[in-house]
Write a protein of this length. Sequence first.
Length: 300
Amino acid sequence: MGFVSRLTLLQPGTVCENPTLPSHVLESAESDSRMQVVSKWIQDLPVADLYTDSIRNSIDYVLDGARTGRFDLLSTEVHPGERASVGAKLEYEVLRSFALPKTKPLDTHIEGIPVDIKATVGSNWAIPTEAHCQICLCTQIQLKNNRHRTWLVRAHTSWLYRGKGNKDGKRGLAAEARDRWSIPLYDWTPLPVNPLRYLSEKAAAQIFAKQPGQARRLLMMFRELQGHIIPRNAILTVGSGNDDPMRRARQAKAMAEKEGLLVLCGDWRESRDIAAARGLTLRAGEWIALKDENQAGQQP
C-alpha cells in the first residue's frame, strides 16, 4: 500500500486534515462520545467469543474443506488472495453473530452510529475513503500464532499513513494512533486450531487417501486425534468429494468402540453427559475420541 515508515501524528485537540468533511477536532477515545456509545453496546456482549466463532467460520468458508480437502490456511495450496479474503467474509459473519444490519455507506449501524468492519491477516488494515474519520471495528488475525484481537478505532484521516494508498485509495492506520487513541475490545484471544493440522504428514496422507473407504479413514482420524475436539467441518473435510460423511462418521464411531475407543458427539445428550463427567464440554457438531475407561477396566 506504499506506507511510509515515519508519520508525525496530529494530537487530540487539533483540527483533522480531512478535506472532504466539515472541519472537526481530533478526539481521544475517552472524549469521543459516539465511540463510547458503540463501545458500551459491544462490551455488553461476549465479544471475544463471538469474534472467535466468526473468524473460525470465515476461515472454514474460505478453505471450503468439504469440497477441497484443505484444512490449513497457511498451506501452499491456499492462494494469498484467498487468505486475504477472510476479512471480507468476516464482515458478514460479524453482522450475523452480533445480529447487526447491513447498511450503507459503511457496513452497519450500532445504536444509530455508522460503523465499518475491517480485518487483516497481516499487520494493518486498508481503510477506504468512505471510512476516513469514521468509527471502525479493526480485527487483527495472526494465523501463525493462532490468535486474534480487536480494537474500536476512529480512523481519522490525520491518523492514516500519508500518500495515495493503494489503487483504491485505501490507507493504513498508524500504529501509534491505534495504540494511543483507540479502545481495545479484548486482548489476544486464542483461535481454535483445526485438529487436522495436528496430524503427522504420514497420518494425513493415509487419512486423505482414496482408499480405504470413508468410515475406515475417519476411524484412523479418531485414533490419531484422541483427546482433541473435532468440529463437524473436519469430518466433512476428510470426506471431501464423497457422499454423506456424517453417516460414515457414525459408522466409524461403532467401529471405534469395538477397539476400546469411545467416540462422543455433542449432538447427543448422552455424549454430552459423558464428556461433562470427564470435565469436557462438547457443543453441537463437535466430536471427540477418548479411551473407553469401562473397557479398559475389563481387561485382564
